[in-house]
Design a protein around this ligand. Sequence first.
Ligand SMILES: CC(C)(COP(=O)(O)OP(=O)(O)OC[C@H]1O[C@@H](n2cnc3c(N)ncnc32)[C@H](O)[C@@H]1OP(=O)(O)O)[C@@H](O)C(=O)NCCC(=O)NCCS
Length: 187
Amino acid sequence: MDSLTSDDVAIRPIRAEEWQAVKELRLAALRDPLAHLAFLDTYEEAVERSDGFWQDRAAGGGAEDSGVRQFIAEESDGQWVGTVTVLVEEAGTTDWAGFPVERRQGHVVGVYVRPEHRGSGLTKALFDAALEWAWGVGVERVRLIVHEGNKRAQGFYRKAGFVPTGVTVPVAQAPGEKELEFVLEKG
Ligand SMILES: CC(C)(COP(=O)(O)OP(=O)(O)OC[C@H]1O[C@@H](n2cnc3c(N)ncnc32)[C@H](O)[C@@H]1OP(=O)(O)O)[C@@H](O)C(=O)NCCC(=O)NCCS
């Protein structure tokens, strides 16, 4: 089901066949001036990836039962202007950083809104959809990881109710820098 924001932008999950739009928006995100703080991969790496990589990513983010859901904001002319992805992490597993996952939780990744849509409420609309989905699949909390220097993203996450847990993750590519875990407990 699509929902409309006040700007006539539809928020919806992606469909598996939309891999070219997934790729285009991700490459735009990786060209953002803050990309080095916001994302773990780089434009140079991503642009070299095969069509199969993007097809697999879209298939995962667009499947009902994959434990992954990618939401996008789409203008009436079809342009995608923002995205948020939720991964479901199962209790008893180990996360990508080697920490144990103690409770079934959502992990929000790949947060990006085109500059001309920032500060408009569109990011909140994307999060509302992503969180509704996450609570609906039964997670107990939703977390995300944000670079200590990414103050605007932190400002948004706090506004959305996320709070820092005190857990930090060193940035492999930048010794001395760290990322912060923020969490939203189920209300
Ligand atoms: C992160 C992102 C999705 C946030 O969406 P947004 O629409 O810009 O967020 P908003 O403007 O609604 O909220 C940001 C808040 O932080 C505040 N803020 C901005 N810069 C800030 C700073 N340097 N220090 C503290 N707060 C700051 C804003 O004032 C705003 O709060 P307000 O509405 O109370 O004024 C968007 O900026 C983006 O795509 N950034 C590039 C990619 C990125 O960083 N992704 C996140 C990776 S973890």
